[in-house]
Ligand binder design. Sequence first.
Ligand code: BEZ
Ligand code: FE
Length: 253
Amino acid sequence: MGGNERVQAIFADVTTALWDIMKKHDVTWDEYRAATAWLTEAGNQGYEIPLMMDVFLSVTVDNINFPANGGTESNVEGPFYIPEAPLLDRPYVLPRRDDEPGDTLVFSGSVCSTEGSPLAGALLDVWQCNGIGEYSHFHPGVPEYNLRGRLVTDDSGRYEFQTVVPSPYEIPKAGATGKLLTALGRHAFRPAHIHFKLSQAGFRPRTTQIYFEDDPWLDSDVVEAVKPELVIKLERNGNSALGTYDFVLQPAA
Ligand code: BEZ
Ligand code: FE
């Protein structure tokens, strides 16, 4: 008969777990129809299925697949990544508007190997929201590739870019994901963060996020993605701030 053995094995376990849950809670026909309608609604909303997957399941995939053998902790990519962001020239400034909401942030650090060698020419693909929680490509009116860019480390493995301090934000909650969160009595906030994808020939690429101390949502992130190793303190001075993080990449196997 053929088929895919892994799909067969996982689907068998998924259905068995679902049947057990339905029996445990005596699921009614009304509840079954409500679940079907909710899934249909999510599918028709286009963007809601990936959002829901990222909110409820992606951290587990990340935890399963992150090898605990040194290197910067990984973190989920999330649904707001856009590939091919502009390759920036030094001095690096993430593309932004003159009146971009958010305090000025200078973010710097290094990229080195797990053996401690600085990695020159390592690529950092950076994306974030602005100071009022808006991601370009997902919020109307924000220019394409706003606060998105790619930059490389210098000869001593160091990088520095200027941007704005991102704010915490609510994930889109007008659709099926938001409806579920409301029914669960859960808020939709993520703590402020900057996303990074790091790569260098001969090393394992790393996707991660950097969070900031004292953020009110660190302990109740809707995605539950925060790891203490990825939380830094921003040095604030009036309307500007300094952040620093030293990334570590593992040699490719
Ligand atoms: C984010 O980091 O942007 C994100 C991750 C998972 C779900 C929603 C947003
Ligand atoms: Fe994000």
